[in-house]
Design a protein around this ligand. Sequence first.
Ligand SMILES: [Zn+2]
Length: 313
Amino acid sequence: MNRPDLIGCDAALARVERMLSADRLPHAVVIEGPEGSGRRTLARFLAKAAACTGEQRPCGECEACRQENNPDVFELIEEKSVIPVDAVRALRAQAQEKPVCSAGRAFLIPDAQRMNPQAQNALLKVLEEPPAGAVFLLTCEYARQLLDTVISRAVVLSLTPPDRQRAVEAVLRRRPDLTPAAVDAAFAGTVGRTLARLEGEDGYDALAGEAASLLGGEEWKLHRLLRPLEKDRAAQKGLARAMGALFHDALALSMGAPRETDGLPRLLAGRWAPAQLLALAEICDAAVQDAERNLGGGLFVTLFAARLFRAVA
Ligand SMILES: [Zn+2]
């Protein structure tokens, strides 16, 4: 079966290949990397491998591989910014049951840093005594966002952002209508961000910087700044995405990651604690989705500003 197309992640893919050829999938894998680096793609691939009943896993031919919605592959869908302990307990109970049509059961926890400490401790219990064949796949931006006890029981795969040329190649595969020069000019750090820029969701960097700088001051000033966006869904999405990128950059800086950035992310990293930056980034990510689904409508500015201010209160 085809391997995931993850540019610049050769080291992680080589480790995956070694696990698969030795037929030894660990029962817990943490996949860390920035937004757009392919964390979920890799998690879904490993889930297929865990479920496959063929010889060369994932074979792509057995019943488990061919199912669109394999009943033995679970993905924790949690829209809220916190994954509560009950959600993890439910997964834990599922893990005790026998697979329906697969070799093992796979449990994906996207953005696993949203698990609060109780939820992580609940997960730890099942990682300490994993049921046969159960594989837990956690994605996050940095493994260090999770409890040390959880990390120590997992294999950590790091997806690094691709270098510029390979990222441009990856974008061109998805957008064959564009020229390499056009994609290169729009390069924005990761494949995901470059695609966003090409789809016209950028152009909000200056406004995002101004809005981010107002946090911690007076909330009405942020309202006044953002009110012109009230009826413009594309602008709301562009602004939320640009602000999210700022907070993600600031978070990366405060975690010690090398980033080529100008002054603002550094300023934000000095002003807010990592947990606050993470909360701010998550509020922006959720706002992008809200704008896509047209939730909030006319309330977008009010809700967005209130959530941002609450995160730094
Ligand atoms: Zn298979």
